[in-house]
Design a binder for this molecule. Structure first.
Ligand code: NAP
Ligand code: GDD
Length: 375
């Protein structure tokens, strides 16, 4: 039986990847941080009874800032594959905690590579590093002739997060070349899901849309509505992480959809999912969105009601204006074909958040929490 170790197993990608690897028959080990409140919501359904002899998911307390702890965990489970997904992954927050991000997102990767090497596992253990489209920084002139970022495009990170991740990218590549390790970077463009953290823009939008449609919230605030992102579904992207480690040679891969969309359009699509049409008026920090029509009898809001305002508090000191990736190499060489497009992503996130907010509404009104009530 193959053994995998996932750092960041409690995050969006870690939880989907753990599911995938368990389905494939792996024994899965995950590193979780000790927190004062529970942080395993996304994987609880996979970890019902730690004492059960067939429990194939095993959790270890750990932290990417602690070399000895990482070395001990790797020695204990001697993994065939390590997926290093752990990171402080919020770009805006990285401007507030730059040193910590350098330590976790940059040096954390080195700690894992070095532990594998010191334990003499460099021939056995394949390593996936969660690299990112933030490395490109959205510099227009660095796109290829077809207008995309690909594996050969130059990097120009625009945040402490991007700068830490560029160290992680190069140290992974360096260990591959210096010690012949099977260590790969997946340069993943934005990917989202119903499990996306609540402060990333897509989830912030789908949660607020659901709450506004249900009358639980009046309006919400966003930053740069003009920013464009290449958004895919996390389930498709974790499948590709696994494929990268099954490839014949260790290489770096771009994973993207090849389409880019503004934040404003994502807002429009989310409201359209519940039959609400919006009208955007004003420019820059004065832009607002209003209810134009409601075509779903369940979600009737006052026409002309203001539901979105720009708040400069969400602007970044340096912004990545536009990201669009070229996944041709992954499509051609590994046969990676995503199952979701942006419309099905928005549909998945909206139906999940409508269900969640209906549950909140029900509980707020004194209802009982019966698990299947809203399934
Ligand atoms: P996420 O939901 O924010 O999950 C991050 C995970 O890292 C969580 O499990 C978190 O633990 C853990 N973590 C944070 N600090 C840690 C530390 N000091 N030691 C050990 N673990 C730590 O992120 P994601 O969206 O799943 O992304 C997974 C990885 O892919 C990240 O490295 C991210 O930077 C990268 N990436 C993401 C995208 C994307 O669009 N999602 C695109 C490109 C690259 P807690 O649960 O305790 O916070
Ligand atoms: N978070 C957030 N909140 N972003 C906003 C908001 C807001 O209120 N309003 C506008 N935005 C804009 C941001 O300025 C950015 O241009 C875009 O929405 C996307 O922001 P996020 O969803 O926070 O994601 P990100 O692109 O900065 O970073 C994500 O993708 C990277 C891959 O490109 C993260 O998952 C990173 O970890 C990942 O590496």
């Amino acid at each position: 039986m193959k053994v995998a170790l996932i750092s960041g197993i409690t995050g969006q990608d870690g939880s989907y990847l753990a599911e995938l690897l368990l389905e494939k028959g792996y024994e899965v080990h995950g590193i979780k941080r000790r927190a004062s409140s529970l942080n395993t919501d996304r994987i609880d359904h996979l970890y019902q009874d730690p004492h059960h002899p067939n429990q194939k998911l095993k959790l270890h307390y750990g932290d990417l800032t602690d070399s000895m702890n990482l070395t001990r965990i790797i020695e204990e489970c001697r993994p065939d594959e390590i997926y290093n997904l752990g990171a402080m992954s919020h770009v805006k927050v990285s401007f507030d905690t730059p040193e910590y991000v350098g330590n976790v997102d940059g040096l954390g990767t080195l700690r894992i590579l070095e532990a594998v090497r010191l334990l003499g596992l460099e021939k056995k253990t394949r390593i996936y590093q969660a690299s990112t489209s933030e490395l490109y920084g959205g510099i227009p002139e660095n796109k290829n002739d077809n207008g995309f970022y690909d594996e050969n495009s130059p990097f120009y990170p625009r945040s402490p997060y991007g700068v830490a991740k560029i160290y992680a990218f190069w140290i992974t590549k360096n260990y591959r070349e210096a010690y012949n390790m099977f260590a790969c970077n997946g340069i993943l463009f934005n990917h989202e899901s119903p499990r996306r953290g609540e402060t990333f823009v897509t989830r912030k939008i789908t949660r607020a849309t659901a709450r506004i449609a249900l009358g639980l919230q009046e309006k919400f605030y966003l930053g740069n509505l003009e920013a464009k992102r290449d958004w895919g579904h996390a389930k498709d992207y974790v499948r590709m992480m696994w494929m990268i480690l099954q490839a014949e040679q260790p290489e770096d891969w771009v994973i993207a959809t090849g389409k880019t969309t503004t934040v404003r359009e994502f807002v429009r699509m989310s409201f359209a999912e519940v039959g609400i049409e919006l009208e955007f008026k004003g420019l820059g920090i004065n832009e607002k969105a209003y209810i134009k029509s409601c075509n779903n009898l369940e979600y009737q809001l006052e026409l002309g009601k203001e539901i979105l305002t720009v708040d400069p508090k969400y602007f970044r000191p340096t912004e990545v204006d536009l990201l669009i990736g070229d996944p041709t190499k992954a499509n051609t060489n590994l046969g990676w074909i995503p199952e979701h497009d942006l419309a099905s992503l928005v549909n998945d996130m909206m139906s999940s958040d409508i269900k969640l907010m209906k549950k909140h509404q029900y509980l707020k009104n004194g209802g009982y929490d019966t698990i299947n009530h809203f399934e």
